[in-house]
Design a protein around this ligand. Structure first.
Ligand SMILES: [Zn+2]
Length: 252
């Protein structure tokens, strides 16, 4: 058990949100209970996740995708009213960390995705250094882009869209979780043979074919499932809190 202020302080010290230019506020987005006992982590503060957190007896929800983003209307109507009403009625704190939760060197989405896939990060690339460039861990080798795609599909337990082919064994792999289509050119410039991210957009398919770099779209949700529970488990053990990760399936 701890005070909300202490939990937010520990998360801010760990994730250092002040270092990022982000698309929404990081940290406490909705104020709930003063005393924190049970933390539920998840990817997105959807109504389904909020309802599951209530059913799990949580007083605090920690997510990667919070409720508030630049460009929203700011009106509390429709789905926004429903999500907020549930949080407020059940006195649940909503904590959201976006880019800081992608970037943390051990617990973040990219670090944890690399770990799941058996990749070792060697350097960073792209805007705000969010992209990771590395190689297969000891003893692993990928003989083709399809071989790599099959491995990723197996680990993430979902289909992977593969565009483009590579020459020879794949030794250099770049990755950036979520909607990181715009990082593809920086990944190519950094010398990668394959790029793993969540989503694929029209221009990147052509670039993959023309540049001889494989593009693997593996799901925005699926590639961002690992950071929030890793961070939540870390702070929960530090502060003596109960923690549960709740995965709300998302095909996107
Ligand atoms: Zn995302």
């Amino acid at each position: 058990m701890t005070h909300r202020h202490e939990l937010v302080g520990v998360l801010d010290a760990l994730l250092q949100p002040e270092k990022f230019k982000d698309y929404g506020p990081n940290g406490l987005q909705v104020e709930g209970a003063d005393t924190v006992r049970k933390l539920v982590s998840g990817v997105t503060a959807s109504r389904a996740l909020i309802e599951a957190a209530i059913a799990a007896g949580a007083d605090t929800l920690l997510v990667h995708h919070g409720l508030f983003w630049r460009g929203q209307s700011g009106c509390i109507t429709g789905w926004m009213k429903q999500r907020l009403a549930l949080l407020l009625a059940h006195n649940i704190n909503l904590l959201a960390y976006h880019l800081p939760l992608d970037a943390h060197p051990e617990l973040g989405n990219n670090a944890q995705l690399g770990r799941q896939l058996g990749l070792v990060g060697r350097s960073r690339f792209g805007e705000q250094d969010l992209g990771w460039l590395g190689e297969p861990a000891d003893g692993m080798a990928f003989t083709s882009a399809q071989h790599l795609a099959d491995r990723v599909s197996h680990v993430l337990n979902r289909p992977v869209a593969l565009v483009g082919q590579t020459q020879g064994d794949i030794k250099k792999i770049a990755w950036c979780s979520g909607g990181a289509q715009s990082y593809f050119e920086a990944a190519i410039a950094a010398g990668t043979q394959a790029f793993i991210t969540g989503e694929l957009s029209e221009p990147q398919a052509h670039l993959a074919r023309e540049c001889g770099v494989a593009y693997l779209a593996c799901g925005h949700h699926a590639t961002e499932r690992y950071g929030a529970p890793a961070v939540a488990a870390h702070v929960a053990s530090q502060l003596g809190l109960a923690h549960e990760f709740i995965d709300i399936d998302n095909p996107a």
